[in-house]
Design a protein around this ligand. Structure first.
Ligand code: ADP
Length: 490
């Protein structure tokens, strides 16, 4: 047996990748599935679309590598997305309500008095983003659902749980702490679903999955699926899987995913430090040991570049932003606060709006491109500075990066300069899948942790070169720019 399979359950599509022992991608397959927008602000998926695309991708990859060569399977997934289904028929009660869906905003407003208590128990903010109010919405809006849930006929899962249940032919109804800790019902101190929280959200305990460790025996694929039973030995939410892929269990590692948004994660070991601006979450639970993490999400990261391309049309491809930015000696005083969807961590201001400052008659596309790329780096620094405050330390050793915009060398060098911190970019671009494969492979004995780290090859390291004075000047100007963007629509 010479490969580990990762099943990467994304928001727009599902991917299966086979990794060899030295970390090479041996085979992969990807299928998109439809996004359903029933009303403004609502987002759904058909759970059967999710499962059918997984099945197809899995069949493709198993055929390419030979089912007999697959040592184990790991799963990573879009988090928080909520599915309820009938456990005897396997039929969903309602479409999957996706993490992006805002339909339960008013429900959250009504529970506002509990927000402090909820943060203390779950580490999360009371927000429609997380699963609890989505579960309640389905129970309240689908006829007979609540009754059936109370009778134990209907069960709940995040996407990992739904796919695991289908992979195992209905044998396993389970999840693990990195996903459970995103439901808003999970007590991150006791590592159990919490009765008080379930009462607040009016959710019956009967529908909840078993919570195993992240590296565990989750069962095996049903024989009819691939002609052979293959063990499933690891599950992690997408951001935690990416963090795992970067060796996040080592001291002083921060990871940042530069995709549409920015997702910054660092470990806090066995501590749950108090933070009003960042989410406390569970990185993973392995070998009886839970690792906690701090997470900061920024809404607009690479999307700022997308907007220059598709909205303003001043560039034709995202990659073009790099030569434009380096064509200037510096930003020439132009700043862009890309609060195009309000501001997330660490500002949390939904009424902030996008702002350009410092424009003159000499300003052109290069300034816009440079300001947008710099903004990605400043926003990441804002989150990392908050992490420094919360962890009361400056022990961070390196920023490990992934995601589409991490390919931009100007951005990575500027990020290293402005933090200042070493920025390390690995060769593997499928970081999330690689993390899931890593956990499954380590749990099944395919890799040791050291062997897995060796399989992660570094592409390029960016070291800080900027002098302190210049850095200070840039960053304080950015902070001023943010001040002017805050509360604009409020
Ligand atoms: P997601 O998984 O969120 O869809 P990806 O990791 O695929 O995101 O990254 C896509 C994002 O990265 C887009 O927003 C795009 O604008 C940005 N991007 C891609 N390549 C570059 C580049 N060379 N420079 C800057 N931004 C880039």
């Amino acid at each position: 047996m010479n490969v580990i399979l990762a099943i990467d359950l994304g928001t727009t599509g599902n991917r299966v990748i086979a990794f060899s022992e030295n970390g090479t991608v041996v085979s992969k397959s990807y299928y998109e599935f439809p996004q359903i927008f029933p009303q403004p602000g609502w987002v759904e998926h058909d759970p059967f679309d999710i499962w059918n695309t997984v099945k197809r991708a899995l069949t493709d990859v198993a055929a390419a590598v030979g089912p007999e060569n697959i040592a184990a399977i790991g799963i990573t997934n879009q988090r928080e997305t909520t599915i309820l289904w009938d456990k005897s028929t396997g039929k969903p009660v309602y479409n999957a309500i996706v993490w992006q869906c805002r339909r339960t905003a008013s429900q959250c407003d009504r529970l506002r008095e509990h927000a402090g208590f909820i943060k203390q128990r779950t580490g999360l903010f009371l927000d429609p983003y997380f699963s609890a109010t989505k579960i309640k919405w389905i129970l309240d809006h689908v006829e007979g659902a609540r009754q059936k849930a109370e009778n134990g006929q209907i069960i709940f899962g995040t996407v990992d749980t739904w796919v695991l249940w289908n992979l195992t032919g209905g044998a396993a109804h389970a999840t693990e702490p990195s996903n459970a800790s995103r439901t808003l019902c999970f007590n991150i101190h006791t590592l159990r679903f919490d009765d008080d929280l379930l009462r607040i959200f009016d959710i019956p305990e009967t529908l909840l999955p078993e919570v195993k460790e992240s590296g565990a025996d989750f069962g095996h694929t049903a024989k009819k699926l691939l002609g052979r039973e293959i063990p499933i030995t690891g599950i992690l939410g997408d951001q935690q899987a990416a963090f795992f892929a970067h060796g996040g269990w080592q001291e002083g590692v921060i990871k940042n995913t530069y995709g549409t948004g920015l997702f910054v994660v660092t470990s806090t070991g066995d501590q749950i430090p108090n933070s009003g601006k960042l989410v406390n979450t569970i990185a993973w639970s392995i070998d009886g040991k839970v690792t906690y993490a701090l997470e900061g999400s920024v809404f607009i990261g690479g999307a700022a570049i997308q907007w220059l391309r598709d909205g303003l049309k001043i560039i034709q491809s995202a990659g073009e932003s790099e030569p434009l930015a380096v064509s200037l000696p510096d930003n020439e005083g132009v700043y862009f606060v890309p609060a195009l969807a309000g501001l997330g961590a660490p500002y949390w201001d939904p009424s902030a709006r996008g702002t350009f400052l410092g424009i003159t008659r000499g300003t052109g596309p290069a300034h816009f491109a440079r300001a947008a790329l710099e903004a990605i780096a400043y926003q990441s620094k804002d989150v990392i500075e908050e992490m420094r405050v919360v962890t009361r330390g400056d022990a961070f050793r390196k920023l490990a990066v992934d995601g589409g915009a991490a390919q931009n060398n100007f951005l990575m060098q500027f990020q290293a300069d402005i933090l200042p911190m070493t920025v390390e970019r690995p060769v593997v671009t499928e970081t999330t899948a690689f993390g899931a494969a890593g956990l499954a492979g380590i749990t099944s004995g395919f890799w040791t942790r050291e062997q897995f780290l060796e399989a992660r090859k570094v592409d390029r390291v960016f070291t800080p070169e900027m002098d302190d004075q210049t850095r200070g000047a840039y960053y304080s100007r950015w902070k001023e720019a943010v001040e002017r963007a805050l509360r604009w629509a409020g």
